[in-house]
Design a protein around this ligand. Sequence first.
Ligand code: NAD
Ligand code: APR
Length: 237
Amino acid sequence: YSPKMVTLSTWLQNSTHTTVLTGAGMSTESNIPDFRSKEGWWNNIDPRTVATTDALRNNYDLFHEFYSMRIDALKGCTPHKGHEILAAWEYKGLIQAIATQNVDGFHYAAGNKNVYELHGSIQKFHCENCAKSAKEDEFLSKSNCKFCGGKLRPGVVLFGEMLPEESWTESLSHIRKSDLVIVIGTSLEVYPASQLPQMTSGKTVYINAEVDASHHNFDLIIEGKAGEVLKLVDELV
Ligand code: NAD
Ligand code: APR
């Protein structure tokens, strides 16, 4: 085992409060594309043109097409071994919470209870006008809100929107009291989630397929795939 894996497994066992922060890279091994690596979603779509409140209001066809495609891409995908390991670690008390930027719900599906969805969930839908909840097939069939006729949207945070208050404050409080923060599969390019790792006084670990100079201020950097790294560390704890 590489010394880095041994170090991480030791820190994990010795830590009293561990928070995990995940991004799209946590789900690519479940065949869901991430956003910014070469085969990511955003490469042929400018996020600022589709995942925005402006697109929702003034370009609903494009907004609807983008999110229908993302919902479609989720069909048939399931959490992978890495998700399952994080659920086992929570069960064993090795980690206390997961703050995720992902909207796929896979941490819940794998069995984690303490999950904070910073960017909402693509499994939930509501009316942009009256906020009443709606069903997936009402959204997919481009129906209007049955209560007020407003536009339906998925419950994800769009660019420029505030993050769900509770997810943010809970994540921040876990990060602040953590003596270990493990960041997995995120480019840390999106504010304010990207600020979380530096808000802990504990040790910080960055596990990512691509590592660049901007990640130098982590205590431990492991370049690799989430599922593969988690499997190796799991054998040591
Ligand atoms: P941005 O910089 O405009 O958004 C940052 C947002 O976070 C701002 O709206 C800001 O008000 C809010 N914010 C800042 N500090 C906060 C705090 N302390 N508490 C709560 N909210 C706070 O644009 P961005 O950061 O690139 O994107 C905005 C959000 O939309 C991001 O979280 C992004 O990941 C999300 N998003 C989600 C999807 C999706 O499909 N799930 C797609 C695109 C963007
Ligand atoms: N294992 C580890 N890392 C991986 C893997 C993997 N199997 N696959 C991809 N990665 C890395 C990529 O190298 C990339 O650095 O995960 C990172 C994913 O970064 P992004 O694509 O930017 O996704 P994310 O950081 O989650 O984006 C944040 O932006 O548009 C918004 O709301 C959207 O929540 C998203 C936010």
